[in-house]
Write a new protein. Structure first.
Length: 240
């Protein structure tokens, strides 16, 4: 049993290492693939304006000049959606390939500690149990960890409320814990992005201990975040 557990630990660490090393290369490949695809399969012309009336059969007195191309109508909703999706995908791939993941060595250690917690604790516990166990595991690995890190949030001079981060690691990384049985989605990612905007941290980790395998995501702050104070409002504590 101990031998099988040790093999499982080694496999999980190798998976984590491969993800950390080869993830940027995979994104670079995705970037190249998207560009090649849309160069080979262009979006095509936008729907043109209403067709002109059919020309009369009578011959004209003199040959007319070649007709100029009719102005195109505004792009349809489907075209705008396709263009927006392509733009977002290429921007994401470009961001990931041109900028290395900050503090990659520390995030690797945090993920390793989370794997240890996930392996040694049962599923179905409340988020707080995994949070405390992860704090212990990260500190055992020599990381500087503040649990329930308190942060006062302002919009200019106006106090909006108090934010509590699950973990603030080495004064540079936001760690958010979850314990849900479903796959994490846009809402959880948006939550961490708002935390990155509030802390000016260069990278965040989103961890989910509620599934059969540890789910984790490294999240980088976007190039521009608008109205993050409004987005973060629902996560703030305000005395009544």
């Amino acid at each position: 049993m101990q031998r099988r557990q040790r093999i499982s630990e080694l496999l999980e660490m190798w998976i984590c290492l491969l993800n950390s090393v080869f993830y940027p290369f995979a994104i670079h490949w995705l970037n190249s693939l998207l560009i090649h695809h849309y160069q080979s399969h262009p979006l095509g012309p936008f729907p043109s304006a209403a067709p002109s009336a059919a020309p009369s059969a009578a011959p004209s007195a003199a040959p007319s000049a070649a007709p100029s191309a009719a102005p195109s109508a505004a792009p349809s909703a489907a075209h705008r959606s396709k263009l927006g999706t392509l733009s977002a995908a290429l921007d994401f791939a470009s961001t990931m390939t041109n900028e290395p993941i900050p503090h990659q060595d520390i995030t690797y250690r945090i993920i390793g500690a989370a794997m240890k917690v996930h392996r040694n604790t049962p599923r179905g516990l409340r988020e707080k149990h995994y949070q405390r166990a992860l704090t212990i595991a990260m500190r055992e690995d020599g990381l500087l960890v503040e649990e329930e890190y308190r942060l006062e949030i302002y919009n200019g001079k106006t106090w909006l409320g108090r934010l509590y981060l699950d973990h603030w690691v080495n004064d540079c990384i936001v760690v958010e814990d979850k314990a849900v049985s479903r796959c994490m989605g846009d809402d959880e990612i948006a939550q961490v992005i708002s935390y990155l905007a509030a802390t000016q941290a260069p990278v965040g980790l989103l961890l989910n201990f509620g599934r059969s395998r540890l789910e984790y995501k490294r999240i980088l702050p976007p190039k521009a975040v608008q109205d993050w104070q409004g987005a973060i409002a629902k996560y703030l504590w305000i005395p009544h």
